[in-house]
Design a protein around this ligand. Structure first.
Ligand SMILES: Cc1cc2nc3c(=O)[nH]c(=O)nc-3n(C[C@H](O)[C@H](O)[C@H](O)COP(=O)(O)O)c2cc1C
Length: 344
């Protein structure tokens, strides 16, 4: 393996280890405590008949839940992709793999991502590359390879300006990227969805991305995992540590970022993620217009304890969502979209 690939894989393993061992939370509220669902004291509904199904990019999901992009690219992370994909398959929910950059620059790593499709033959799967790689020579060919690697239904391009700014080895050339995103959306055989990694996507950028042809936005707002916190634990230099610390709570809280998507065309996929705690946050996200709701670190922590813990965690999230729908008298997700208490 080249030094570059070894470094990318080692960095991904280090990130994962820090996320599992340290407190990497942003310390900021994702904003769902301010969001209220309408309450129907007498729901006039049979709990058992509540329908959580969603149709996304031509696939029917049993619940509007996404296992957010996290891993791949090393032996250990292959095992995590396997267990997460097994859950995606069993629950018939969506899943994203982590950045495929290492596999795109080295031949031996495809399997650490492809395992997701093997475990989840029918699930809605998202491939993943970083936007900064578009300024390192990645184009349509590399993005299509990432998609083909796991027969993905769509591609996430992650926007991580803060993370690249804080990493000593980060790629900080974020110039002329919209045009390059446009070339990818025009040339790729599957839809492209832009996501952040925990700082949120602002309304203006969201509309520019839609103009550039993206089919969806995953706001991935602040409120959960903070990449500034993760990077802080990696630094030994006190000045760099302090730089990271300054930005731990940086970003747009997830609930506010979702509101910022209101002006986008209706056919644009909206994903709520970043600091979602439970199925009630999923219900609130859907009521605010989201099509899918994503969880990253919460599910990784569960997966790290074994498949049964991951399964119990997902069962609880789904049950919490269903109870919220029952209590606001929403028989399905479309109905839930009418149950937001609007500000006076
Ligand atoms: C261990 C770990 C690895 C991650 N790796 C990636 C990645 O490779 N690509 C990506 O788009 N996002 C990545 N993320 C970001 C998540 O997809 C998500 O946007 C973010 O963690 C916020 O969600 P959370 O608060 O539920 O953790 C990663 C998150 C974690 C916890």
């Amino acid at each position: 393996m080249t030094d570059e690939v070894t470094n990318i894989s080692a960095r991904k393993d280090e990130h994962l280890q820090i996320c599992l061992e340290e407190d990497v939370s942003s310390g900021v509220s994702a904003g769902f405590d301010q969001v209220l669902l309408q309450i129907a004291t007498l729901p006039e509904l049979n709990f058992e008949s509540i329908d959580l199904s969603a149709n996304i990019f031509g696939k029917r999901l049993d619940a509007p839940i996404l296992i957010s992009s996290m891993t791949g690219g090393s032996g250990k992370t292959k095992m995590f992709n396997q267990i997460l994909a097994r859950a995606a398959n069993e629950f018939n929910i969506a899943m994203g793999v982590g950045s495929q950059r290492a596999a795109l620059v080295h031949e031996g790593l495809d399997e650490t991502f492809a395992i997701a499709r093997k475990e989840a033959p029918n699930a809605l799967l998202f491939a993943n590359i970083g936007v900064a790689q578009l300024n390192e020579g990645f184009g349509v060919v590399e993005c299509q390879r990432a998609v083909d690697m796991l027969e993905a239904d769509a591609l996430f391009i992650h926007l991580n300006a803060l993370q690249e700014a804080l990493q000593p080895e980060g790629n900080r050339d974020f110039s002329h990227l919209l045009k390059k995103i446009e070339a990818i959306t025009a040339g790729l055989q599957v839809p492209v969805v832009a996501k952040e990694v925990g700082c949120g996507i602002d309304p203006k950028t969201a509309s520019l991305l839609v103009e550039a042809g993206v089919a969806g936005i995953d706001v991935a707002g602040v409120g959960g995992t903070s990449w500034a916190a993760v990077e802080m634990y990696r630094q030994s230099d006190p000045v760099r540590k302090e730089l990271c610390e300054t930005y731990i709570g940086w970003g747009i809280p997830t609930a506010r970022a979702l509101i910022g998507l209101e002006g986008l065309p209706n056919n644009i996929l909206r994903i709520s993620s970043g600091g979602l705690s439970n199925g009630l946050d999923v219900a609130k996200s859907i009521a605010m217009g989201a099509d899918l709701a994503g969880f990253a670190l919460k599910l990784m922590i569960a997966a790290n304890q074994g498949y049964e813990t991951l399964k119990t965690t997902l069962e609880l999230i789904i049950l919490e969502l269903k109870v919220a729908m029952f209590l606001s008298s929403a028989p399905d997700l479309n109905s839930l979209r009418t149950k937001l208490v609007q500000e006076e």
